[in-house]
Write a protein that binds this ligand. Structure first.
Ligand SMILES: Cc1cc2nc3c(=O)[nH]c(=O)nc-3n(C[C@H](O)[C@H](O)[C@H](O)COP(=O)(O)OP(=O)(O)OC[C@H]3O[C@@H](n4cnc5c(N)ncnc54)[C@H](O)[C@@H]3O)c2cc1C
Length: 462
């Protein structure tokens, strides 16, 4: 139900594609929210448990400030989720049983933007400091949420980030046409004004040792994400022009922000036939980016079957609907295929060190046994031309770093006698969503605060 800028216009730039909802549209939609008997959106749908109907009734009657405070009770960064959340709440909306769900995400957008425009969202530094200090490794949504909550509770929170600017995948994964990076800068400025300290270009465990963190802080929150990329180790993988999707997306975001003067060699899709391998959201982001860069053709192949247009009986309401989704990027031009396995990257005839084609094969999932496995379809092999291949097959878990030399188990064992180590976000649960990362960060901070409170008397007597 979102409205977007016209394709012919938006494809020429990286500005956000989604339009702000009109007041008339929202009012009509929010009335439908008030017809709900038992709302499932906040209990079953939203990981943050936003009280959607209560927020919406305030918004419906134009009580925007009150709507905002209800939203902020559970959600520290509604401006992020209002832009990039798949809106799990809408998946369990009662109205969605027989028709279209109430667009709660768009209401969240309007409520939060009015909060900024009217100065209702402003720095709220803690009135008292506890004397405790906590280091947060990673400035993605999980690290930001943990630092936000800890700081508001009077704990001195320092965020260490190995990248140049804060935000994690909000900044260096999600394209600008979905999330304008000014939205992250605005939030980081607020957090700094509240007292959170950001240390950029510092890799915890490398540039600042675990021992130093141990000496300086009462606890460490690892919010380093799940950034080990899933590869496709087939013949020809080393050819030029076969890139990880996230490297490709991050380069374009860095170029847009002026962080780099030009794309690295081979990273532009201009004039190229682009094949995106992986049918998920990251793949869709690659489609939108490749079209903006001027690709001559964009295809997206997925090994899994095409999802159904409507819920299957095995996926009833109020579960999240596992149905076919067509993103604004797909609408801008893309050939999508399902049940396709990629077997080999073949060199280009003119430039043998670069990819020129991909050998593929159709599969079916009807084979015996459980869980289902892809079964090659005899005689279905085919070759597609591709000068740029983007691997968008997700992530397998957290990277190994000196902070987590053998993975998280070691990190959890690694603290000194007084040091407490906590893990939040994708680093703890595996690749997921911004809203879950935010919720994990908040929950992690609550655990840290509880443990610090238990240590407080001992510290006083020391
Ligand atoms: C291309 C792409 C598009 C996506 N689109 C969406 C979307 O539209 N909606 C949605 O809900 N989700 C989306 N996601 C998923 C979402 O971005 C992640 O689930 C979320 O960002 C995870 O948050 P996090 O804080 O756990 O980790 P991350 O965002 O991965 O942040 C981890 C941070 O830790 C830093 N770091 C790592 N190790 C260290 C260290 N030792 N010291 C200091 N810093 C360190 C990293 O540099 C990074 O900044 C997308 C993901 C990708 C890749």
């Amino acid at each position: 139900m979102s409205e977007y800028r016209p394709i012919a216009e938006r494809i020429k730039d990286y500005r956000p594609v989604e339009l702000r909802p009109s007041r008339g549209f929202l009012s009509e939609e929010l009335k439908r929210c008030q017809d709900c008997g038992i709302p499932f959106c906040h209990a079953m749908g939203c990981p943050l448990h936003n009280v959607v109907p209560e927020i919406n009734v305030e918004a419906l009657h134009g009580r925007w400030e009150s709507a905002l405070y209800k939203l902020l009770e559970t959600s520290p960064f509604p401006e992020f989720t209002a832009r990039v959340c798949p809106a799990l709440c809408e998946g369990s909306c009662v109205q969605g049983l027989n028709g279209l769900a109430v667009p709660a995400r768009l209401a969240e957008y309007e409520v939060s933007e009015r909060g900024f425009e009217n100065g209702w969202i402003r720095p709220l530094p803690p009135l008292r400091r506890t004397g405790f200090k906590v280091a947060v490794a990673g400035s993605g949504p999980a690290g930001l949420a943990a630092a936000f909550r800890l700081n508001r509770a009077g704990v001195a929170a320092t965020v260490y980030e190995r990248d140049r600017r804060p935000g994690g995948f909000l900044r260096y994964g999600i394209p600008d046409f979905k999330l304008d990076k000014k939205v992250i800068d605005r939030r980081v400025a607020l957090m700094e004004a509240e007292g959170v300290r950001f240390r950029m270009n510092v890799e915890a465990g490398v540039d600042v040792s675990g021992r130093l963190i141990d000496d300086r802080y009462d606890a460490l929150v690892i919010a380093a994400g799940a950034r080990r990329k899933r590869d496709l180790p087939v013949p020809g993988r080393d050819l030029g022009g076969v890139l990880f999707a996230v490297d490709y997306l991050s380069a374009q975001n860095r170029l847009n922000s002026g962080e780099i003067p030009s794309l690295p060699p081979g990273f532009s899709a201009a004039g190229k036939k682009v094949l995106v391998i992986g049918g998920g959201d990251t793949g869709s982001d690659c489609v939108g980016t490749a079209n903006r860069q001027g690709a001559s053709e964009v295809s997206q192949f997925e090994i899994m079957p095409e999802p159904p247009a409507v819920r299957s009986p095995a996926n009833p309401w109020p579960q999240w609907p596992r149905i076919l989704r067509t993103s604004s990027s797909h609408e801008e031009g893309c050939r999508r295929r399902w049940n396709i396995d990629s077997l080999e990257f073949a060199p280009s005839e003119g430039a043998p060190s670069k990819v020129g084609a991909v050998k593929c094969r159709e599969v079916s999932w009807a084979g015996p046994g459980s869980p289902p496995r892809p079964v090659p379809k005899p005689g279905s092999e085919f070759t597609v031309k591709a000068d740029l291949v983007l691997l968008a097959m997700g992530f397998t878990g957290p990277e190994e770093t000196p902070l987590m030399p053998d993975g998280l188990d070691a990190a959890l064992r690694g603290g000194g006698p007084e040091m407490r180590i906590y893990v939040a976000g994708d680093a703890a649960r595996g690749p997921s969503l911004v809203v879950r990362a935010i919720n994990d960060g908040l929950e992690c901070a609550a655990r840290v605060l509880k443990d610090l409170a238990a240590r407080a008397p001992a510290r006083k007597s020391a």
